[in-house]
Write a protein that binds this ligand. Structure first.
Ligand SMILES: Nc1ncnc2c1ncn2[C@@H]1O[C@H](COP(=O)(O)OP(=O)(O)OP(=O)(O)O)[C@@H](O)[C@H]1O
Ligand SMILES: O=C(O)[C@@H](O)C(=O)CO
Length: 420
């Protein structure tokens, strides 16, 4: 195994697995730390999906190291720590502490930090992260309920989270190509820096950074910085022929479960509703009062025609979410919706549903656990950062796990058009 990867959430793991598979590595994604019964020997890369982005720091470090240990035991030669392209974290962590622990684990003294993902509008310039051209601290991430990002300067953000000394490899070095980037790594190391934020504005920057970083024991970042690694490891072999846009899925019914309230998901739900997709809205207050439960939703599903997708969603506007959180508490509201969607998901395969789209990282975690899937094979890209996948254990399912803010407005319909 060339590359052992640890992702701090499930849709982030799928995002990275897609990038590696698309660029030529045979990639498997596991849900949680893989046990020895999972067959990983045929993979060039394994991506372990954790749910460690916002848990207690020590717990996140422990889970990250347990994943790294399992990957090393399975033969991993290099390690990749995947976090969000919007650097979702707080002054406590968990990016800094997990990176620090992995650096010690790999017995190396230097790594990179690069969340840039230009295809999804995330760029880094002079160490500042931009989201669709807007500084991170002015983007919608400033109001994120768990990890509000109020500083765009990633050198400062990361330095607050770690004892490692944080440096910067700026645009000028990156623009000059892999040799200049390697020279910049040496320069930064000689200045005592152990981790460097690396600028990137374009895919060619990311490919150059990948080539320059391929010898490092540990690389950290978004999926973008993995773009150049397969070329460096495999001299350019490609698993998917360019333009592959169909996917062999098990025969069966189609359903979308949306628990994300991010703006991209909100728009996708609106487009689905405008297209007349049969839909059931989950109201968290009705769940709390007992007026609604998973059984009600399953009964409704039972009344729908067997053709075409249907949509179950709790997606709501920010003011509605605030009101629900105010009445129920933020954590309680989230858990209740996740539990309801998980319970619904558990009953779907026995009812013939085999083609599922799930929107939202936390939601995907709850749903995939309920489905009992332990590993996923990666298929073609639907939109940047979101592939179709197929379960390698548990019920045979095609799954598209979508990060809240990823995907075009007609994502749901486009995704189903790709299935054979
Ligand atoms: N109407 C609602 N009111 C309050 N909370 C909700 C509502 N609908 C969903 N939630 C909760 O909001 C959270 C959404 O998180 P999730 O990670 O699934 O989506 P996201 O943050 O958009 O996606 P990502 O992490 O991929 O960016 C979940 O815990 C979900 O249960
Ligand atoms: O990097 C991203 O933005 C995504 O893969 C993700 O981690 C969203 O939760």
């Amino acid at each position: 195994m060339r590359l052992g990867c640890i992702a701090d959430d499930l849709t982030g793991a799928t995002d990275l697995a897609l990038m590696l598979a698309r660029e030529g590595l045979r990639t498997i994604q596991t849900i949680g730390v893989p046990d020895r019964s999972l067959e990983l020997s045929a993979a060039d890369a394994v991506v372990v999906a954790l749910k460690s982005r916002t848990i207690q720091v020590q717990e996140a470090v422990d889970q990250t190291l347990a994943a790294a240990e399992a990957l090393r035991n399975a033969g991993a030669q290099h390690f990749f720590f995947k976090y969000c392209s919007t650097f979702d974290s707080t002054d406590e962590g968990n990016i800094g502490p997990a990176a620090e622990a992995l650096l010690a684990f790999t017995n190396s003294g230097f790594t990179v930090a690069c969340p840039a993902f230009p295809a999804n509008g995330r760029t880094v310039y002079k160490g500042h992260l931009f989201v669709n051209g807007m500084p991170l601290h002015e983007s919608s991430m400033k109001d994120h309920p768990l990890t509000p990002m109020r500083d765009s300067n990633l050198v400062r953000v990361l330095q607050r989270q770690t004892r490692l000394s944080v440096g910067l490899v700026p645009f000028e070095d990156v623009e000059a190509g892999p040799e200049a980037i390697r020279a910049a790594f040496m320069r930064e190391q000689s200045m005592g820096h152990q981790v460097v934020v690396v600028d990137a504005l374009t895919d060619s920057h990311l490919r150059a950074i990948g080539l320059a970083s391929a010898d490092l024991a540990l690389i950290t970042g978004g999926s973008g910085v993995a773009m150049g690694l397969p070329e460096a490891y495999l001299a350019g072999a490609n698993l998917f022929a360019p333009g592959v846009n169909t996917f062999e899925a098990p025969a069966g019914r189609e359903i979308i479960l949306a628990g994300s309230c991010s703006s991209a998901t909100k728009q996708q739900v609106e487009v689905a509703l405008a297209n007349g997709i049969p839909a059931f809205r989950i109201d968290p207050l009705a769940l709390a009062s007992g007026a609604l439960n998973a059984r009600t939703v399953l009964d409704w599903i039972g009344t729908q025609q067997a053709h075409g997708p249907m949509l179950i969603y709790s997606t709501a506007a920010p003011d509605e979410v605030r009101e629900v959180q105010h009445r129920l508490g933020r954590a309680k509201a989230g858990e209740m919706v996740e539990e309801a969607l998980a319970e619904i998901a558990r009953s779907l395969p026995p009812r013939g549903f085999t083609r599922l789209i799930v929107a939202g990282g936390e939601t995907s975690g709850a749903v995939v656990n309920a489905l009992g899937a332990k590993a996923l094979a990666i298929g073609p890209e639907i939109d940047p950062g979101v592939p179709w996948t197929r379960t390698l254990s548990g019920p045979d399912l095609a799954l598209a796990l979508k990060s809240g803010n990823f995907g075009a407005p007609n994502f749901f319909l486009n995704a189903y058009r790709m299935l054979r």
